[in-house]
Ligand binder design. Structure first.
Ligand code: GLA
Length: 729
């Protein structure tokens, strides 16, 4: 690992594990992009930039018609000075103009990685893990300084990027656009891959060839969203799960984002990512700064599996924080699909008792325990216990559950307020809204204005009081609507378009404060299931409820898509009742178990309604998961068969020392006289022999990977088969 500046040809050569990234200061100080890809020992300009006189590409230096920013691959392109492609940033000055021009001023290389004030980001635990380059660019007219941050990790093919704007001039500057990164590739031989979806259908994979023009994904919803994830990848045409080159970009942010790919007239490809410029501006008074969130860029020459493994390792160990980072996560039972709002202490204790008998470790009390909340029309904001439902309070309930040998967890939705609530009646201006406009409701609720300090302080206090009031070991932090009529009663007119980003900054402060006040609590984020499954949230809360859709078949796609970027330990997955509440499908308890065991395992159904036979199966599943838990949550994950490509899905988990593996295979629909199935395993040690636990058969890792393993023939729909492997002595 190294970051080296070569003064002779003014190049920066960044090396992260097996990746090189090269930039050059050209002409009068423009920062050009030269290369990103497989590591090279030395970059001696075997393919230097070429300059031609191109029609309709104007020239900043009139004496040189071959030089135009329109044709220069750049690191952080400006607007208005000969580049017609999408800029990475844009400013507006007091005279109304929107032009600026950045030139190299100075740079700094140092060990380690700086924190991003008030923002989530990947980190290092000692300064030898990474090296950082800061390049300061300057706009001579305004005195604006733009610092580009690049960190390279020693262990992974990871480069992180972010940008800071410092208004060092004497005028106010308005940022109209402030993306976190830009890369200009010299060609366009790529496919574009991203994760799209909807509530209950999150993170489906889409892969399409790039076309000339602009293709983008974004959120304007105030949250990273179910609809598009802040992740894109460019794949070389021959790249697949196991082979080929992939460039991936993931935004460490939970609000409005833009990820854009522009293929221009010369078939070069510009990729940029950051806060969505749509309905965003940020005013910088003289002396003020603006720090953008971080983008994590991963290079893989081992296809999508290689990319995912890099993200998983980085996020598990250098994004997630706290005591649960390395700790096995408890198997939980959540009462939402069991009771919805209709519960009392007796009912809860009955479910909890059954759960404890089956070996479940944590009881989570979901929505409906506070205020007068008997349905979703009231009480968000009134965070005091409903004594009619829970006469002994949270403390009494939690203690009874603790006595059964289980931990107690609680659902909260602290970013929201119901119109029918004491909080709203007292503070009607504490929600996001615009004067004289209607306040549209979503699920009968409004979004609290977290851009306001006093609102955040209030929430920190009331939620802390709740968490301190009982032995609570787990919190499910929910967020169930997107923003409309975005504006804040506390901001002046010229700062109204800062509201959505200020909200996210407020949210990050609230989460930082609460999670550090309660370090022993395991936090799981949620937004109508997986509507805010992003690295920003994972920095504060190491796991996320993957989807409100708990159907085993639907979950194959949802979990497969999610696994592209996010670690398995982060992916909440529960067994629920049949017919399934979201899609009304009947699947076997066995298959539901095997799908949920492929994630962060739990149950979400009324266990008291199960037959004795079903309870026995649950007991076995719980015991089995405890055995494979560390393998699933902290092992290396491999996708084998994709639910997006056919009727079968398969994936597997391998322990770090390759001595253990867990494989799961699923077939959705039965077919008469079907072809015979077999799967080739991945990630095993070819030199080792493995025992298939249960059958006692022994095969070499090489044989299992290259020759494969037959899937036993079984009739019927919704079939699942699992194998456990242990290295034979
Ligand atoms: C959201 C969550 C669910 C559940 C409900 C409660 O939809 O995703 O898991 O907690 O809210 O209202």
């Amino acid at each position: 690992m190294a970051i080296v500046f070569h003064p002779a040809n003014k190049t920066f050569h960044l090396q992260a594990n097996d990746t090189s990234y090269v930039m050059q200061i050209v002409r009068s100080g423009y920062l050009a992009h030269l290369y990103w890809g497989k590591k090279v020992r030395h970059y001696r300009e075997s393919n230097p930039l070429q300059f031609f006189d191109r029609g309709f590409s104007p020239n900043p230096d009139p004496s040189d018609r071959t030089f135009s920013l329109d044709t220069l691959p750049q690191e952080y392109p400006a607007y208005g000075n000969t580049d017609f492609r999408t800029p990475a940033y844009q400013v507006q000055l007091e005279n109304g103009s929107t032009i600026s021009d950045l030139r190299y001023k100075t740079h700094r290389i140092y060990k380690g990685k700086p924190k991003l004030e008030g923002l989530p980001a990947t980190y290092v635990e000692n300064e030898n893990e990474a090296e950082t380059l800061e390049i300061i660019l300057e706009d001579h007219v305004t005195g604006l300084h733009v610092t580009l941050f690049y960190t390279v990790y020693e262990r992974w093919n990871v480069i992180t990027r972010s940008v800071r704007f410092d208004n060092n001039g004497s005028e106010r500057i308005k940022l109209l656009r402030a993306l976190s990164m830009n890369v200009d590739f010299r060609d366009d031989h790529f496919d574009f891959l991203h994760l799209f979806g909807a509530h209950c259908r999150e993170r489906y994979i889409e892969r399409k060839p790039l076309f000339v023009g602009t293709q983008s994904v974004e959120s304007r919803r105030g949250a990273s969203s179910h609809q598009q994830n802040p992740f894109i990848a460019l794949l070389r045409k021959n790249a697949n799960e196991d082979e080929g080159i992939v460039y991936a970009f993931n935004f460490v942010y939970s609000g409005n984002f833009l990820a854009q790919v522009e293929v221009d007239q010369f078939h070069t490809t510009r990729v940029s990512m950051g806060i969505n410029p749509f309905d965003f501006t940020w005013l910088l008074e003289p002396g003020e700064s603006f720090q953008t969130p971080e983008v994590v860029m991963v290079y893989s020459d081992k296809g999508l599996n290689g990319m995912s493994q890099t993200f998983h390792q980085l996020y598990r160990t250098r994004l997630a924080r706290g005591v649960y980072r390395e700790r096995e996560r408890p198997i939980l039972i959540n009462n939402w699909e069991a009771t919805y709002f209709d519960f009392n202490e007796e009912k809860i204790l009955h479910i909890a008792k059954t759960a404890a008998e089956l070996g479940i470790e944590l009881f989570v009390l979901d929505d409906g325990w506070f205020g007068k909340r008997d349905n979703d029309r009231s009480s968000l904001g009134d965070w005091f216990v409903n004594k009619q439902k829970l006469p002994n309070g949270l403390e009494g309930l939690a203690k009874s559950i603790n006595q059964m040998g289980m931990q107690f967890g609680l659902w909260v939705e602290p970013e929201m307020v119901s119109v029918d609530s004491e909080l709203y009646r007292k503070h009607p201006d504490w929600c996001i809204h615009v004067p004289n406009r209607p306040r549209s409701e979503g699920r009968n609720q409004l979004v609290l204005d977290y851009s306001r300090k006093e609102v955040c302080d209030y929430i920190i206090q009331v939620i802390s009081d709740v968490l301190a009031s009982a032995p609570i070991s787990y919190v499910k932090w929910d967020m169930n609507r997107h923003m409309t009529e975005i504006g804040s009663a506390a901001l002046p007119p010229e700062r109204q378009r800062e509201t959505a980003h200020r909200y996210i900054l407020g949210l990050y402060r609230v989460m930082e404060e609460i999670t550090s006040r309660f370090p022993h609590v395991l936090f799981e984020s949620c937004s109508g299931g997986g509507g805010r499954f992003d690295p920003g949230m994972l920095y504060y809360m190491p796991q996320t409820w993957t989807s409100d859709n708990t159907d085993a078949v639907s979950r194959l796609k949802i979990q497969y898509g999610t696994s592209l970027v996010y670690p398995i330990s982060a992916m909440g997955a529960h067994v629920s009742a049949v017919p399934n509440h979201q899609v009304h499908r009947m699947t076997s308890l066995e298959m539901r178990g095997h799908v949920a065991m492929s994630g962060n395992f739990g149950y979400e159904l009324d266990l008291t309604k199960l037959s004795e036979e079903e309870k026995a199966i649950v007991k076995q599943q719980v015991a089995f998961y405890k055995d494979i838990r560390s393998l699933v949550q902290f092992g290396t994950f491999y996708r084998i068969l994709s639910p997006f490509e056919g009727n079968e899905t398969a994936w597997m988990f391998v322990s770090e020392d390759k001595s253990e593996a867990f494989v799961a295979y699923f077939r959705v629909l039965a077919e008469a006289n079907a072809p015979l199935s077999f799967i080739r395993l991945k990630g095993l040690d070819p030199e080792k022999d493995y025992e298939l636990i249960g059958s006692g058969e022994i095969y070499g890792g090489d044989e299992l990977m290259y020759v494969g393993l037959n899937v036993p023939q079984r009739r019927g729909d919704f079939i699942s088969v699992i194998w456990r492997l242990r290295a034979a002595r």
